[in-house]
Design a protein around this ligand. Structure first.
Ligand code: OAD
Length: 272
């Protein structure tokens, strides 16, 4: 076994011994809830539990391409709330940056569209935005790009933008990945990195959306996987070197940082 026990301390020893130099981090909405952004599936606080006002056939419809074609207004009613820029990274985001600064981060694959990994200081070339971002927008029919300033005005006003080409008049959508859409090519181009990883850290995700949910399965059998999440998810815990910290991400991260002797460094990085 790679670890002497399935504990935070044993994992910290593994890292201290220099055995984890290519860490891949997988993140989801649970790392941003303490920043004030709701996740999707938590029973009471999650976004999907709070969409009655949009009169959807089912909550996920707000992110389904087929529904958007029929009725784009619910998405644009919500877009202002989802738009990044209003929130501060958490200590968990700073921990990912600390891994980068120590030269231990191979890549972070994020399902989040809040850009907080970047905001925390992780460079763009280390981040795979698996579910896209608000950085760009285009017509869903002819794929023509749409001006950023006009997009911002529509998001502010909760109105639906239409293609710049009036003969097309297609619906415009930010390049966040909807159900029914392909993930960005960089997701597939970098997926092999899971196989190269010498430690995989899964943070704040229910692992319920594919193909992202399949990533932990690509990690080599002999490589430790750490899950920090409120609940056990996926098949994390099924391998002898899986370590589970089933609690709040920030608390779990602080526990790991403390076992590594990195607490002060982490706190000052987070404080900025
Ligand atoms: P989910 O809402 O499905 O899952 C969040 C997970 O984080 C759950 O397991 C929570 O228990 C856990 N959690 C919440 N707050 C936490 C905290 N403070 N500390 C630790 N754990 C916490 O969110 P994702 O897994 O990110 O896709 O959802 C995946 C995708 O589904 C999203 O990217 C989005 C959504 O539909 C698209 O819109 C394409």
């Amino acid at each position: 076994f790679a670890l002497s026990a399935r504990t935070t301390e044993a994992l910290a020893k593994y890292i201290e011994a220099g055995k984890a130099k290519k860490i891949v981090v997988l993140t989801g909405a649970g790392i941003s809830t303490s920043a004030g952004i709701p996740d999707f599936r938590s029973p009471e606080t999650g976004l999907y539990a709070n969409l009655e006002r949009l009169n959807l056939p089912h909550p996920e419809a707000v992110f389904e391409l087929s529904f958007f074609r029929e009725n784009p207004l619910p998405f644009y009613t919500l877009a202002q709330e989802l738009y990044p820029g209003k929130y501060r990274p958490t200590i968990t985001h700073s921990f990912i940056n600390l891994l980068h600064q120590k030269g231990l981060l191979l890549k972070v694959f994020s399902q989040n569209i809040d850009c907080l990994e970047r905001e925390a200081g992780v460079p763009g070339d280390k981040i795979i935005e698996a579910h896209g971002s608000f950085a760009d927008q285009a017509c869903i029919d002819c794929k023509k790009s749409y001006p950023k300033d006009q997009m911002l005005a529509h998001i502010e006003n909760k109105t639906v933008p239409r293609c710049v080409d009036s003969s097309c008049n297609g619906l415009v959508k930010p390049k966040i990945v909807f159900f029914g859409e392909q993930l960005p090519s960089e997701f597939f181009d970098n997926r092999h990195l899971l196989d190269e990883a010498d430690l995989c850290i899964v943070l704040g995700t229910s692992l319920s959306v594919h193909p992202f949910a399949s990533l932990p399965g690509f990690v080599n059998e002999s490589v430790p996987r750490l899950l920090i999440n409120m609940e056990q998810v996926g098949n994390l815990g099924s391998r002898p070197d899986d370590v589970l910290i089933l609690k709040d991400c920030d608390a779990g991260i602080k526990e790991l940082a403390s076992a590594l002797g990195w607490s002060d460094e982490l706190e000052s990085l987070w404080a900025g």
